[in-house]
Write a new protein. Structure first.
Length: 187
């Protein structure tokens, strides 16, 4: 329990299905979390099913714990908005690995500073990634995604025209969801 006798919730997130949540979940249990929400989804925004479910259950006096701030928000703007919303509800926010606790002024200041550095680091990673792709393209090693076979495109268009749902088209063709919707939109 926390100081206000509210509930203690944990939130764990990894970006891809092949990553593991076990370490985060174990740390959250050790931190006294009574209920843990976890998901394997990109953190590009805060519109994530488990996060939204967690936010919908919070009451004054509750505490939300994550292992690191980048598990709940990937950019400073989202982090500050989220923490501000929690604060307005009377909910505390903690990050175990970074010693952040918004129940104190120092904790709030430290959280803001960490958010700035986390966003800066993420931007550096993106920059290096773009540079790496540009260099690989110059060397002819990166050609991008292979185009979809025109016959498969035609198959998608025909299936959709005949009333087949996109989910069934994805299963039948083996194409990704976004590819199928792009073909439908263009077709």
């Amino acid at each position: 329990m926390n100081d206000s006798q509210g509930l203690v919730f944990g939130y764990a997130r990894v970006s891809t299905v092949d990553q593991n949540l076990d370490t985060q979940i174990e740390k959250l249990k050790q931190s006294g979390c009574q209920r843990i929400f976890s998901e394997k989804v990109s953190g590009k925004d805060t519109n994530r099913p488990e996060l939204q479910m967690l936010l919908g259950q919070l009451r004054k006096g509750d505490t939300v714990i994550v292992t690191k701030i980048d598990r709940i928000a990937r950019n400073l703007k989202d982090l500050l908005i989220l923490v501000d919303e929690l604060s307005e509800q009377g909910v505390n926010f903690k990050a175990t690995d970074q010693d952040v606790d918004t129940s104190s002024s120092n904790g709030k200041m430290f959280l803001t500073m960490l958010g700035v550095f986390a966003e800066f680091e993420r931007n550096l990673i993106r920059e290096r990634q773009r540079e790496g792709i540009a260099n690989a393209k110059k060397q002819g090693k990166y050609t991008g995604r292979k185009p979809v076979d025109p016959k498969v495109k035609q198959q998608v268009i025909e299936l959709y025209s005949n009333g087949v749902k996109p989910k069934a088209i994805i299963e039948e063709t083996g194409l990704g969801r976004s590819t199928v919707f792009k073909i439908i939109k263009e077709g």
